[in-house]
Each structure stands twice: as C-alpha cells, then as structure tokens.
Write a protein that binds this ligand. Structure first.
Ligand SMILES: [Zn+2]
Ligand SMILES: [Zn+2]
Length: 266
C-alpha cells in the first residue's frame, strides 16, 4: 500500500506506488523538484516531506491522468501548457474517479520553464512531442540523468493513440529528431541514465528482459517511426480491447525501440 522509495543517485529518489506509476524527487541545496504526481489516494506531499526538508515544487512530464493525480497538493505545478486541454479532460474525467484525486485546476498550472535551479543542480526541460503534444523530459546535468516520463515509454513500448492525445508518427519522428539534438547539445550520451514514468516495465520488453530507456532508444524510435510511416517496419498486428472499445493494435520494433500504436477499427 502507498508509496515506496529508493535512492537512485546522490540527490534523487525513485518513488513508486501501487498503480505502477513512478515519480522522482530531486533535492538541491535550495529546493526539491518532484517529477509527476501519480494516481494514488495517499498524500504525496507529506510523503515527499518525509524525504526532504526543502520546499518541494512539482513538474509534470505530460497531462495524462496517471501522472497528475496528486499535483494539487503542491503550491507550484508546472506543465507544458500545450497539454493544458488534455490535462483538463484527464483531471476531471472518468479515469481518476476511483481515487478521489487532488488535481490543480488547469488555470492554476504554471507554464513549463526551460531551466529549474534547485541550488547546485540545474534541471533543463526538453520537449518531445509525440506521446502527447506537451510531453517533456527533464535533464539533470549534475547527475547525468534524464527523466523521460512516457515520451519514449519505460522499456516495453511507447503508447501512441489519438484517443489519449498522441500525434501522428511523422510528427513524433520530427519531435524526436529535435529532442535528440537538444539533449546531445546538453551533453547527454549513452552513459547517461534514463528513468521512465513506469519504472519496471523494462522487464516486460519484447526485445530483452532489461530494456531500459536510453539515448539510443530515442534514436531507434525515430527510425522506427519513419519505417512504420513508410510501411517497411517489423510489425505485429492484432485486435485489442482498449479504453475506447475494440482497437487495432500495431506493435513496431526496431533496435531497442518498441512502439504500440492503437487505432480505431475501420
Ligand atoms: Zn502517458
Ligand atoms: Zn503513463
């Protein structure tokens, strides 16, 4: 029940919850930054204050219901406001009903900043539009760590479905291209650690039993999108139950990248 945590580097914790959503708390000398707000019933702000004495603010990797559920407990919450409408739907919509969520009003959200100074640690936000229009990843340059939310999945495939606000693959490929350039400009390379929004899913990969997100996965994902667009990717097709009824599921694989595309049955 509730939350568990473990330290993943000198300054940061991975916080897990029952619903298999992962949050991350980074502590600087001045303040602490919580990445995502899960979808649990239990008070998350209190839990964070058990880990750090610094004031905590919250940043959201994107507007999906499973990442926003307790953000209303924090005074400052940042989202790329391109996901504002999606956030609004998900914060008041049916997905979170069961848990009695504590979400900010969409109007109270603050626009994502390019850089957050926690005191001794600078965290840079980088847009990766695709999974949603306003998806961002966070780059901790001190600890050589990227927190990638659902932007490239957590190791067993990024979910792409228009029903949850995903973009066409062509636009995702372009978003990845820009993001890879920006991340490399920030010094990100294959040695950096990537942590996704659903830590643990790397064990459920179709490619290997330990397929952690990484910079190479972003590069392979871009090629995969292009191949799927051109119709020459390695794919498996099936019909699946989705939150929106029966849908066609296409799984694409290239290198260490996996993509799950859900489309309406036509
Ligand atoms: Zn998502
Ligand atoms: Zn998610």
């Amino acid at each position: 029940m509730g939350y568990t945590n473990r330290k993943i580097n000198n300054d940061s914790w991975l916080i897990q919850c029952d619903s298999h959503v992962s949050m991350y708390l980074i502590e600087g000398t001045e303040k602490a930054m919580l990445i995502d707000a899960g979808m649990e019933r239990d008070n998350l702000a209190e839990y964070c204050h058990g880990l750090t004495e610094k004031p905590v603010f919250c940043v959201l990797t994107h507007g999906h219901f499973d990442h926003i559920g307790r953000c209303g407990e924090f005074a400052e919450v940042y989202l790329d406001l391109k996901d504002k409408e999606l956030y609004r739907q998900h914060s008041i919509g049916p997905f979170l009903k069961e848990i009695n969520p504590c979400c900010k009003e969409a109007e109270e959200l603050l626009e994502m900043q390019k850089e957050f100074d926690l005191g001794g640690i600078q965290v840079v936000s980088v847009s990766v539009p695709g999974h949603t229009l306003g998806s961002v990843v966070f780059c901790d340059r001190k600890n050589h760590t990227v927190y990638c939310g659902d932007a490239i999945g957590s190791g067993c495939g990024v979910l792409m479905t228009a029903g949850l606000g995903s973009l066409p693959l062509k636009e995702y490929a372009e978003g990845l291209k820009q993001a890879i350039m920006e991340l490399e400009g920030l010094g990100v390379d294959d040695e950096w650690k990537f942590y996704g929004g659903h830590y643990g899913q790397h064990h459920a990969s179709r490619i290997s039993d330990h397929n952690l997100p990484c910079l190479q996965m972003m590069k392979d994902m871009r090629v995969l999108c292009e191949k799927m667009e051109e119709g020459n990717a390695d794919i498996q097709e099936s019909i699946k139950e989705s939150p929106f009824g029966k849908a066609k599921e296409i799984i694409g694989i290239y290198g260490c990248a996996e993509l799950q595309l859900l489309t309406d049955l036509k």
